[in-house]
Design a binder for this molecule. Structure first.
Ligand SMILES: Cc1cc2nc3c(=O)[nH]c(=O)nc-3n(C[C@H](O)[C@H](O)[C@H](O)COP(=O)(O)O)c2cc1C
Length: 203
């Protein structure tokens, strides 16, 4: 897995500023992750540009045996950070979030949806914004467990945004767990934090 933030010091990392990606949102060597079974009651839905959130999603999958589904955009974000930043700024200014290239399965078997994303400009990253805007209504009645990786500045208003978008899309009767927030360069050292979070929300 390509996750360039891992193993670097805070000084080198600069809060994620400059982090490259593989230019295919983690998928230049593999197909987007999509594991759907008949019996799972929990589903992880996540997006990752540079691999840190994907790693977190994998750790949650390992601990819960949840099904897992990667959010895929039609036009992946550039590998060069500055280019991604410019695109993201334009998208936000124009309220023009990315088009998706994915199908959502029937969600009726799931009671909990783990929603994984990263913080961009202290908000929900744009692919997750698109996901919720496109499919939000289908999350009605689900328990939402938000998890994210970020550059050290915390969760911003992302959870509130999820609640607002779901509401705008007509989803109702959602409940929310506490969010899991991990620095993007420390995801590989967050096993205990992940385990404690899962134990708490799944007790
Ligand atoms: C366009 C862009 C904007 C970002 N803005 C923020 C921010 O406002 N606050 C923050 O803490 N991190 C910010 N980051 C850092 C990412 O949240 C962090 O690197 C995250 O771990 C990336 O997750 P990923 O590897 O799954 O893509 C930003 C990253 C990008 C690419």
């Amino acid at each position: 897995m390509y996750a360039p933030q891992l193993g670097i010091t805070n000084g080198e990392w600069q809060n994620g500023y400059g982090t490259p990606s593989d230019g295919q949102d983690t998928n230049n060597k593999n197909q987007p992750v999509r594991k759907l079974t008949k019996d799972a009651k929990q589903l992880i839905i996540y997006f990752s540009r540079s691999g840190s959130t994907e790693l977190l999603a994998g750790m949650i999958e390992e601990k819960t045996s949840a099904d897992i589904l990667e959010v895929v955009v039609k036009n992946p974000y550039p590998g060069v950070y500055q280019k991604t930043l410019e695109r993201a700024n334009l998208e936000r200014e124009n309220n023009n979030y990315p088009e998706l290239n994915m199908q959502l399965p029937d969600l009726s078997q799931y009671d909990t949806i783990f929603l994984g994303y990263q913080i961009w400009a202290m908000h929900l990253s744009h692919p997750m914004n698109s996901f919720l805007t496109t499919f939000g209504q289908l999350l009605s009645g689900k328990r939402i467990a938000p998890f994210m990786s970020e550059g050290g500045y915390g969760q911003g208003d992302s959870v509130q945004q999820i609640q607002e978008i779901l509401c705008e899309q007509g989803a109702s009767q959602n409940t929310f767990t506490q969010a899991l927030v991990v620095d993007g360069n420390k995801v590989d050292r967050s096993k205990l934090q992940v385990a404690q979070w899962i134990a708490k929300i799944n007790k």
